[in-house]
Write a protein that binds this ligand. Sequence first.
Ligand SMILES: NC(=O)c1ccc[n+]([C@@H]2O[C@H](COP(=O)([O-])OP(=O)(O)OC[C@H]3O[C@@H](n4cnc5c(N)ncnc54)[C@H](OP(=O)(O)O)[C@@H]3O)[C@@H](O)[C@H]2O)c1
Length: 309
Amino acid sequence: MPYQSDKDNPIKMVIKDYKIGFIGLGRMGREILPKINDRYRVHFVYNRSPEKYRYIDKLDTETAESPEEISKNCNLIFLSLTDTEAVKSVIFGKSGLISNLRGGTVIIDMSTISHKGSTEINEEIVKSGAHYMDCPVIGSVAAARNSSLTMVCGGDKSILEGLKPVFSTFCSKIFLMGPHGNGLKMKLINNIVMGLNMISAAIGVSLGGSAGFSPETVSEILLSGGASSKILDLKRDKIVRGDFSPEFSLEHQLKDIRYGIELMNNFALELKLVEDAENLFASACTEGFCSLDESAIYQYLRRLASVER
Ligand SMILES: NC(=O)c1ccc[n+]([C@@H]2O[C@H](COP(=O)([O-])OP(=O)(O)OC[C@H]3O[C@@H](n4cnc5c(N)ncnc54)[C@H](OP(=O)(O)O)[C@@H]3O)[C@@H](O)[C@H]2O)c1
């Protein structure tokens, strides 16, 4: 559907022309939505499980019955959902966004999903004249809380420039990586490296345990030199306290490595090390570590190390 007027053309629109909707009150969404709402009103929110509305009950945001109600009432829609299936279900499922999608509406998908899946979604959405930008975010729940996420976007430059003030309410760095799909390419590369670094740090602290050293001492020493990593710095306290309550869950890390491997295959690149990382996270998941924080891979390694040979 073509734009009805300049007012429906996202390239010419200014922020006040947008009515904002938000879908997904998971660990990230429930932190990001209030940040946007502090400066620009979020008119409607939808979450599959209504009990999560408790996280935003102090805001004046209206709750929608379905994604369809969001696309009926809003022309700037943020998504923060688990995976490709979740995004497809919200857009194309029963009472999905697609039913009321108007030309000119902008969908900002912050979910980390498969690059292939995102391309398929985009092919359908452009038919309605709406814009779908892949804008996954890098950083933890804490980074969302203190507005220091990094956003990596694929899509139209003019739309991104126009929306930067909105994104800046929860991001300190915003990159346009190129056309649609390039944001996810960068995000998946990032999460391959993060997963490998997480395993590498966990191996170090776990080996230290087998050698009779405490996690505190080993972490401090690793962090003091070339073996240091940001992920060890971020997860050190969780490892030392044995608190593996999820910030970024192990199953999400596994999902992202799998999407990353799918992407690497596109580049005709096969790396055994990344496949080994996938297998390690997958076995930990099978052994009951799925819903714990990704740093629980350390505890899983400790368990493996305790098995008598
Ligand atoms: N957590 C982090 O540190 C972090 C950092 C950067 C990026 N990310 C990425 O950001 C995204 C969200 O992460 P999160 O940690 O907020 O995840 P989460 O806590 O697991 O929340 C996932 C959200 O997706 C919804 N959802 C899942 N399946 C659905 C379906 N079939 N239909 C409709 N809604 C569905 C959930 O709804 P219900 O409430 O009904 O389950 C929930 O709102 C993920 O792609 C993740 O990889 C996370």
